[in-house]
Design a binder for this molecule. Sequence first.
Ligand code: DX5
Ligand code: ZN
Length: 214
Amino acid sequence: MIIAPSLLAADFCHLSKDIEMINESDASWIHCDVMDGVFVPNISFGFPVIKAISKLAEKPLDVHLMIVNPQNYIGQVRDCGATIMNVHQEACTHLDRTVQAIKQAGMKAAVTLNPATPVLLLEDIITELDMVLLMSVNPGFGGQKFIPNTIKKVKQLKQLIKESGSNAIIEIDGGVNADTAPMLAQAGADALVAGSAVFKHHSPKEFISYLNSL
Ligand code: DX5
Ligand code: ZN
């Protein structure tokens, strides 16, 4: 299982300490949550902070943009060191154009779906995607409760990927913990984002290894 700890739950006064912990752990990626206060009712951090994170990070950056008009920032996201650029389907009027532009910029293209957005909306673009991120909470905040309907969506998405011959992998974000992670692994998730469950754990590295083993 690919594990992407979310820095949203890290200690912002000592980010370097938390990045070093992730570097030394079994995590595969570092998940960076960008919020604009418009697409979601919260504001987190932006490009200068991600650029600083990329200088210390020894793992690829998985950048999740919870912003309107993400197509306007593709060059900046690439220049601050992102490997994966996640845009919300709900934020993109011309999703195909945006996905192609992300790939042309040299990044992996991922599309994120909110909990109420059906998987089938990706039917006509799934073969173009490197990853689909299913939100298992309403985006904007860490520490929320997992929405159980996500399990059904993982199975539907797995089926869509199989039928279409797409190479996309499935990532889940929100409320991932020791109770929900095994169910997600069972349903077919390939990658898990975890914020509070990692950083509130008495041994974050141990917990990451556990998730990684699922
Ligand atoms: C929520 C963010 C998540 C968040 C997850 O809008 O996209 O990445 O950090 O936090 P937890 O794991 O605490 O639900
Ligand atoms: Zn996220």
